[in-house]
Design a protein around this ligand. Structure first.
Ligand SMILES: NC(=O)c1ccc[n+]([C@@H]2O[C@H](COP(=O)([O-])OP(=O)(O)OC[C@H]3O[C@@H](n4cnc5c(N)ncnc54)[C@H](OP(=O)(O)O)[C@@H]3O)[C@@H](O)[C@H]2O)c1
Length: 339
């Protein structure tokens, strides 16, 4: 039976200090909504905690929501109710990975209302835990990697590559024999990536990093970079690559939104910096591309090529401590919120 109210972690106000925002999260009873046309209600079994969720808490995310609300952009669970609509009806009773709505509570609660179209029915070979992080990172990997391949780039650079997304790039590069230069900021992260089978890893804390990056980019013919750092990173990447190269900025891990850039050199090199935002990419990609990529992602999880490292599992009661622990050591892996 579906209760009329259920527990969720609620953000009362945005706070620029992300740790203060995490500590302000409260466990509350929220009304459980009834799905309308095209919508489904998911009983959440595992919810991810990603950098986009942390930025959301500060009010700086691309898609802010009306507060108070439960954060959490994705999760996995079972569809327990569906409004009118064929696909929703098909999903009832099935395990799904889902993306949450901008207009309703997110995945950090016992139940989550979303659109049937934002759900991916899960194959039996993909665990619910792994499915909790099946959309945001893996589908972004598909989008950016696909752009590199379809754009005819012979090789790519991937920054902050010890992230879970970066590790999926490592796995895909190895599986498909596509050269990617993975950059990290600490020697232990370089060792980690080598242990996962990465071939080309550069550590930005080494003295010759910029020269080494340029030499490697020349050697492999890297003309596209996937950048999760921002700040000074896009200019550094363009300087390392030949003319007519481009940087896809998809994260702001440096916490700096301004981008120092010599536009004269951008102009004379005909190079470019573009943003990559999964939501827009999914809109542009169209249903067929998304279906094919979602199926490929599930196959990659099922055969172990893709995996999200889970550092800890926490209940809603312990979620604040778990999210803080994640922020304090992101490379160690994700905190999974299991309501
Ligand atoms: N645009 C989109 O649509 C989209 C979609 C999905 C993901 N993303 C972005 O993808 C990035 C990775 O996400 P994730 O979930 O895979 O991350 P994650 O697993 O939580 O790991 C974050 C990694 O980034 C490293 N890092 C943090 N700040 C850094 C900095 N200033 N310079 C270099 N490395 C830094 C961390 O290393 P330490 O342990 O050294 O801190 C850690 O290895 C995030 O920026 C996220 O917002 C964007």
């Amino acid at each position: 039976m579906i209760p009329s109210a259920a527990k969720a972690l609620v953000l009362p106000d945005y706070q620029l200090d992300h740790m203060a925002a995490v500590r302000s999260l409260r466990l509350e009873e929220r009304p459980v909504p009834t799905p309308g046309p095209g919508q489904v209600l998911v009983r959440v079994e595992a919810a991810a905690c990603n950098p986009s969720d942390i930025i959301f808490l500060t009010g700086n995310y691309a898609t802010p929501k009306e507060l108070p609300t439960a954060p959490g952009w994705e999760g996995a669970g079972t569809v327990v109710a569906a409004g009118p609509g064929l696909f929703g009806g098909f999903l009832r009773g099935r395990r799904v990975a889902f993306g949450s709505l901008e207009t309703a509570d997110g995945s950090w609660g016992e139940y989550c209302l979303t659109e049937a179209a934002r759900c991916i029915p899960l194959s039996k070979d993909v665990s619910t835990e792994q499915a909790a992080d099946l959309i945001v990172n893996p589908m972004s990997v598909m989008g950016m990697y696909g752009e590199a391949r379809r754009g005819g780039h012979r090789a790519a650079i991937s920054t902050a590559a010890a992230s879970q997304l970066g590790r999926m790039m490592v796995a895909l590069s190895k599986r498909e024999g596509y050269p990617i230069i993975h950059t990290v900021r600490r020697p232990e992260q370089a060792e980690l990536l080598y242990s996962l089978g990465a071939e080309h890893v550069l550590d930005s804390s080494t003295p010759n990093f910029e020269e080494d990056l340029a030499a490697k980019a020349r050697e492999l013919g890297a003309t596209i970079a996937f950048d999760a750092i921002a700040g000074e990173s896009p200019a550094q990447l363009l300087a390392a690559m030949p003319p007519r190269s481009k940087v896809l900025v998809y994260g702001v891990l440096a916490g700096v939104r301004e981008m120092p850039m010599d536009l004269g050199s951008v102009l004379s090199n005909a190079s470019g910096v573009e943003g990559f935002y999964l939501v827009h990419w999914m809109e542009q990609a169209g249903p067929l591309r998304l279906l094919l990529d979602a199926r490929k992602v599930q196959r990659l999880f099922a055969d172990g090529t893709f995996k999200t490292q889970i550092a800890r599992r926490v209940s809603l009661n312990d979620a604040v401590d778990g999210i803080e622990a994640y922020i304090n050591d992101m490379t160690a892996g994700k905190t999974l919120i299991c309501p």
